[in-house]
Ligand binder design. Structure first.
Ligand code: BG6
Ligand code: MG
Length: 217
């Protein structure tokens, strides 16, 4: 089936927000009295906010120690610190090749879609001045099931008016690659072959992606 839409994850594909998520989670861990390393943070990539908190508490040996209300409060505090960081972002933080890639797909008549788990996606896109580059934007405020559930990508295909089999997804997280495959879409991984599996193609970044080749996969 010919490719008619390219769906992009945000964090780790278009922008490196993992460092800001890390600073905020580390601060929360510090308040709770334990160390949270960058290696631990790898486990949070592509994972929803509440699931990330559960993993963080697991790392600190604090699983099951807090009420739902306390958990929501901790997640809200973490998000407040995270938002402080992303509020200061600008176009200089767009990862190399992003704009060329988005333009390249559009020049070929391919729809461009954002498919992110983040509830902060609109703030980031607006600071990066990238919103006009997308035909449809699906973020964490529009979906109820986290990746690897395919909901976010299926909704993206629907909003773009194309079939799932006509989509290619760009993802840096294993949960996202799985979500793309479950949706019946092609998956292009962004990252290191040692950390990811199950993809159709892999590149180090969007700067290596050639839209005219991708539409033939
Ligand atoms: C994903 C990130 O894109 O969004 C995760 O990879 C993050 O690390 C998730 O937890 C949810 O983000 P937010 O901004 O809604 O807390
Ligand atoms: Mg990601």
């Amino acid at each position: 089936m010919a490719i008619k839409a390219a769906i992009f994850d945000l964090d780790g594909v278009i922008v490196d927000t993992a460092k800001y998520h890390y600073l905020a989670w580390k601060r929360l861990a510090g308040e709770l009295g334990f160390e949270f390393t960058e290696k631990d943070n790898e486990r949070l990539k592509g994972v929803s906010r509440m699931r990330s908190l559960e993993i963080l508490l697991e790392v600190g040996g604090l699983s099951g120690k807090f009420s739902e209300e306390e958990m929501l409060d901790m997640a809200a505090r973490k998000n407040g610190w995270y938002v402080e960081h992303i509020s200061r972002m600008d176009e200089s933080e767009i990862l190399p090749g992003t704009v060329e890639c988005l333009r390249g797909f559009r020049n070929l008549g391919i729809k461009t879609v954002l498919g992110s788990a983040s509830k902060n996606a609109m703030l980031i896109l607006s600071n990066l001045r990238l919103a006009p580059y997308f035909d449809a934007i699906i973020d964490g405020t529009k979906v109820s099931k986290a990746k690897p559930d395919p909901e976010v990508f299926l909704l993206g295909a629907k909003e773009a008016g194309v079939k799932p089999g006509e989509c290619v997804v760009f993802e840096d997280a294993q949960a996202g690659i799985e979500a793309a495959k479950r949706a019946g879409m092609k998956a292009v991984a962004i990252g290191n072959p040692d950390d990811l599996s199950g993809y159709d193609r892999i590149y180090r970044g969007l700067f290596e992606v050639k839209p005219e080749e991708i539409i033939k996969i």
